[in-house]
Design a protein around this ligand. Structure first.
Ligand code: GLN
Length: 477
């Protein structure tokens, strides 16, 4: 049995049927990490003791012949922005480099309750701010498909871990594209659920009105299994929606014939790489050949999405990150002589350049006199962007776009040009702003063998339809 390229079902049934053990699966993945991750850099912390204890628990259940839960024995990786009790959680930042949370993030707890074996915590851009993973305070992540290139960000470690068979699935977070874009760069599936579908309790906050947790996986079905596991109301997060969670897995095989797919010209304009355009257009043709109907739609406020996102996200970040003051759980600068010096130096030494840039931008946007001109205006434009989608979804069941205007770029290529880095988020930030779900599914490669992603956006709380379309495409392609 090939131990490290299994789907969730194959791993779970292998353990259930005693063809392998959860322990053997965990060990095989740690061996793979040992072998591959020196070059890739996907993990920041491994939690072998916790993993082996959980694996042992699962193996006991299997030995007793008990029916195993859906993720039993499945080795998973968790982006290091999700709190794990007793296991260091850094958010990719020096300011939290020694933080050991006293509790578990709900999404992680639900994965473990379903039998998953958490191998470790994955690298990411500091506080999830970035699109290339180069903003990690620890080390960059290299794209497993081409080590000279970025894996995308900010969930780059999670995407790389899954792409390099170092975990079966991973959890990531998406505020402006951080699940879908790294999924597309690394050639895996990435799903951002609807805002409110998955509890954020225990997620280290970046921008609270935009943050989402979701899966990265090698197949659409695996993403559906993880979503079914982590979705649903959590009393610990008042923004989690009290709605029934459909059986996403059971709905995957429903026919896609007759579904209407919106194609918006705003997502195929200037800046889109030709090879990406070609791959996405072929993917749309493939969906058409499966019986989907293609309908032109317009999302006219799309050109304002980047400034809107970078105003709202930085404003919320400046507020959320105020808590890292050196007093409680964060890094404290040594040898300080006064309280204000402690605040200043702890934050100065603890935060990296991009995080500081965003705190400054966000504080400015929220300051008296500028609030109306920037923050309030951005909120109004956010409403317009949301209405664009509402109008389009009056005519179509889903909208198909490229996930990113280009395939993975080289390490260092954009790191000195924050604006160029921000602009590349153009196709992903809109869904976060509107609170709608989106999935990225691999749709071919460039001539240089770099993966390309097809993005499918859905109506609020209609993850089932985008999963179904992504699954149909994946099976056909
Ligand atoms: N690349 C975007 C940013 O830098 C999105 C990040 C994210 O989704 N966490 O803010």
């Amino acid at each position: 049995m090939d131990m490290t390229s299994l789907t969730i079902d194959a791993a779970r049934s292998g353990v259930q049927e005693r063809k392998t053990t959860a322990l053997a699966l965990a060990e095989a993945h740690y061996a793979r990490i040992q072998k591959e991750d020196g070059e890739i850099g996907a993990f920041l912390t491994l939690c072998k003791e916790r993993a082996l204890e959980q694996a042992d628990r699962i193996d006991h259940m299997a030995a007793e012949g008990k029916p195993l839960p859906p993720l039993a024995g499945v080795p998973v990786a968790i982006k290091d922005v999700m709190s794990t009790r007793g296991v260091r959680t850094t958010a990719g930042s020096k300011i939290l480099s020694h933080y050991i949370p006293p509790y578990d993030c709900t999404a992680v707890a639900r994965m473990e309750a379903a039998g998953a074996v958490v191998l470790g915590k994955t690298n990411c851009d500091e506080f999830a701010m970035g699109s290339s993973n180069e903003n990690s305070a620890f080390h960059p992540v290299h794209n497993p498909r081409d080590l000279s290139r970025v894996p995308g960000g900010s969930s780059g470690g999670s995407a790389a871990a899954v792409a390099a068979d170092m975990a079966v699935v991973a959890l990531g977070s998406d505020t402006g594209g951080s699940i879908r874009q790294p999924a597309s760069f690394c050639g895996v599936v990435g799903l951002m659920p609807t805002y409110g579908r998955v509890s954020r309790y225990g997620l280290i906050a970046f921008a609270s009105s935009l943050d989402h947790i979701g899966p990265l996986a090698r197949t659409v079905k695996d993403a559906a299994i993880v979503l079914r596991t982590i979705a649903g109301r959590d009393p610990m997060d008042s923004t989690s929606a009290d709605l029934p969670v459909p059986d996403y897995v059971a709905e995957l095989d429903k026919p896609v014939r007759g579904l209407r797919l919106g194609v918006a010209k705003e997502y195929f304009g200037e800046g889109l790489d030709d090879e990406v355009r070609h791959a996405v257009e072929s993917a749309i043709d493939k969906l058409k050949s499966l019986g989907c109907e293609v309908v032109p739609v317009s999302l006219p406020h799309t050109p304002y999405a980047i400034p809107t996102y970078y105003l709202i996200a930085t404003a919320e970040a400046s507020s959320n990150l105020a808590r890292y003051d050196g007093v409680r759980y964060s890094y404290r600068a040594p040898g300080v002589k006064s309280l204000s010096e402690m605040y200043r130096r702890s934050r100065d030494e603890g935060f990296g350049a991009e995080v500081k840039r965003r705190i400054m931008l966000g504080t400015y946007a929220l300051s008296a006199g500028y609030y109306d001109a920037y923050y309030l205006k951005a909120q109004k434009v956010r409403t317009l962007l949301t209405r664009d989608f509402e109008e389009a979804f009056g005519k179509v069941d889903a909208i198909v776009t490229p996930t990113s205007p280009t395939a993975a770029f080289k390490l260092g290529e954009k790191s000195n040009d924050p604006l160029a880095m921000y602009l590349a988020d153009i196709y992903t930030v809109t869904a976060d702003l509107a609170g709608i779900p989106g999935i990225s599914v691999p749709c071919g490669e460039t001539k240089e063998k770099l993966p390309i992603g097809l993005q499918i956006l859905g109506k609020h709380f209609d993850e089932a339809t985008i999963l179904r379309l992504a699954h149909a495409y994946e099976q056909a392609a």
